[in-house]
Design a protein around this ligand. Structure first.
Ligand SMILES: Nc1nc2c(ncn2[C@@H]2O[C@H](COP(=O)(O)OP(=O)(O)OP(=O)(O)O)[C@@H](O)[C@H]2O)c(=O)[nH]1
Ligand SMILES: [Mg+2]
Length: 405
C-alpha cells in the first residue's frame, strides 16, 4: 500500500527546506536498481519482501528482461568527499535490503561508554581500539595481539554473530539476542530458517531505507540551501538579475525557471513527457498538464513549486532533448546551463532496414530515440555516407547511446 496520497505529496513539495533531490550513481550492474527498491518499499510502492528482486525503476520491458537499466532516472547535483565517521557512508547489502551508518552503532554504544554520539562515531572508524583492562580507548594497537579496531569489534562482529546464529538456525540463542537489540519479529517471521531468517532479521534490525533516508535527511542539502551556492553554476546570465536572485532564494513567487533534462517516452505511442526541475517560481497546469512521478505512476497536479522535479505533457513537439522554460513575459531571462556529459561511447551496433522503403520509419524511430536520451546524436551527414545502414554506438557505462545516422 502506497503510504501517501498525491495531495500529501503535493503539500510536502512546498517545504523547500525539507526536500532532498537525490541520485543513485554507480558503475553499470553494481546494484543501483536493487538498492533503490528498499526506498520504494519504504514508501509502500512495492512490498518489503520483494524489494531487491523487483527492481522497480527498471520500467522498460527490455530492462526487466535483460536485468540492466538502459535509461538513467536522474542526474548528479557538489563535494564528493565522504566520511564514515560523520555518517555520510552507509555499509549495505542492497540485495538483502539492509544497511547501516556508524550512527546506528554509535547510538547503541554512546551511553555505555558515556560519550556523545558524534564522539562515539569517531571511535568506530580508523585506528581506534578499546582496551578492556583500562576501559580506555587508544589510537595504538596495544595489549593483546587479538585486539581489534573499534569498527571490527563493535560493528562488524555483532553483525557477523547475528548472521551466523540465523544461518545455523540457533533460535534459542537468537531470540534473546534480538530482544537485547530491540528487534521485534512477527510470529510467522520467527518460523523462517537459514538465509530467509537472516535476511528478515537484518532487515528488521538495520533496514536499508532507514540508513539511506537518514543520510539524505542529515547530509543532503535541500534546494533552499544548495541553490544559494549552485546558482553561479546553474545560471548563464548576470548573477544579480531577478532570475539569478530567485534561483538563489529558491523563491516560489519568483519568475518561472525550469530546466527540462530529458524526454521520457510515454505509454501513448510517439509521445513524450518533458522531465525536469523547477529552480524558481512555479509551473502550473494551463495549456499543458503537469504531473509528478509516484513510482511507476504519473499523477496530475495543479502546480509544482521550485525545488522539485516535474514532468509535463504536451511539450514534446517543441523540445528535442533539453529546454529551459520560463513565462512568456520573462523576455530577458538567460538560460540555465546545459548539463555536461563526459562520455565515450563503447558499444557499437550496426542496424539496417530489411526493406528499403522502411528507411523513413527507421529514421523516425532513431529521432525518437535521440529525443529521449540527452546523449544520443543524430548526424545527417553520416546518413549520406552509410546509405541504408545506420550505426548505433552505445555507452552502457553512462546509460547512454550515441546514434550516427
Ligand atoms: N551479492 C550482491 N549482489 C547484488 C547486490 N545488489 C545487487 N546485486 C545483484 O547485482 C545485479 C545487478 O543489480 P542491479 O540492481 O540491476 O544493478 P544496476 O546498477 O541497477 O545495473 P544497471 O542499471 O544495469 O547499470 C543483480 O543480479 C542483483 O541481484 C548486493 O548487495 N550483493
Ligand atoms: Mg539499474
Amino acid at each position: 500500500m502506497v503510504k501517501f496520497t498525491v495531495e500529501e505529496m503535493r503539500r510536502i513539495m512546498d517545504k523547500k527546506n525539507n526536500i532532498g533531490n537525490m541520485s543513485v550513481a554507480a558503475h553499470v550492474d553494481h546494484g543501483k536498481s536493487t538498492l533503490t527498491d528498499s526506498l520504494v518499499a519504504a514508501a509502500g510502492i512495492i512490498a518489503q519482501d520483494v524489494a531487491g528482486d523487483v527492481r522497480m525503476t527498471d520500467t522498460r520491458a527490455d530492462e526487466a528482461e535483460r536485468g540492466i537499466t538502459i535509461k538513467s532516472t536522474d542526474a548528479l547535483l557538489g563535494d564528493v568527499q565522504v566520511y564514515p565517521e560523520k555518517g555520510t557512508v552507509a555499509f549495505s547489502t542492497g540485495l538483502h535490503g539492509w544497511a547501516f551508518t556508524l550512527s546506528n552503532f554509535a547510538k547503541m554504544y554512546a551511553s555505555k561508554f558515556g560519550v556523545d554520539e558524534s564522539k562515539m562515531m569517531e571511535r568506530l572508524w580508523g585506528e581506534n581500539y578499546f582496551d578492556p583492562s583500562t576501559k580506555k580507548w587508544t589510537s595504538k594497537h596495544t595489549g593483546s595481539a587479538t585486539r581489534k579496531r573499534g569498527f571490527v569489534q563493535f560493528c562488524y562482529e555483532p553483525i557477523k554473530q547475528i548472521i551466523n546464529t540465523c544461518m545455523n538456525d540457533q533460535k534459542d540463542k537468537l531470540l534473546p539476542m534480538l530482544q537485547k537489540l530491540g528487534i521485534s519479529m512477527k510470529s510467522d517471521e520467527k518460523d523462517l530458517t537459514g538465509k530467509a531468517l537472516m535476511k528478515r532479521v537484518m532487515q528488521n534490525w538495520l533496514p536499508a531505507s532507514n540508513a539511506l533516508l537518514e543520510m539524505m535527511i542529515y547530509h543532503l542539502p535541500s534546494p533552499a540551501k544548495a541553490q544559494k551556492y549552485r546558482v553561479e553554476n546553474l545560471y548563464e546570465g548576470p548573477l544579480d538579475d531577478i532570475y539569478a536572485s530567485s534561483i538563489r532564494k529558491c523563491d516560489p513567487e519568483g519568475p518561472l525557471m525550469l530546466y527540462v533534462s530529458k524526454m521520457i517516452p510515454a505509454s501513448d505511442k510517439g509521445r513524450f513527457y518533458a522531465f525536469g526541475r523547477v529552480f524558481s517560481g512555479k509551473v502550473s497546469t494551463g495549456v499543458k498538464r503537469t504531473v509528478i512521478w509516484m513510482g511507476k505512476k504519473q499523477e496530475s497536479v495543479e502546480d509544482v513549486p521550485c525545488g522539485n522535479t516535474i514532468a509535463m505533457v504536451g511539450l514534446d513537439q517543441f523540445i528535442t532533448k533539453n529546454a529551459i522554460l520560463t513565462n512568456e513575459k520573462e523576455v530577458d531571462a538567460y538560460p540555465i546551463k546545459a548539463m555536461k556529459f563526459s562520455v565515450s561511447p563503447v558499444v557499437r551496433v550496426a542496424v539496417q532496414c530489411k526493406v528499403a522503403s522502411d528507411l523513413p520509419k527507421l529514421v523516425e524511430g532513431l529521432k525518437r530515440l535521440a529525443k529521449s536520451d540527452p546523449m544520443v546524436l543524430c548526424d545527417g551527414i553520416s546518413l549520406v555516407l552509410f546509405g541504408l545502414g545506420l550505426c548505433l554506438t552505445a555507452g552502457p557505462v553512462q546509460d547512454s547511446i550515441l546514434v550516427l545516422v
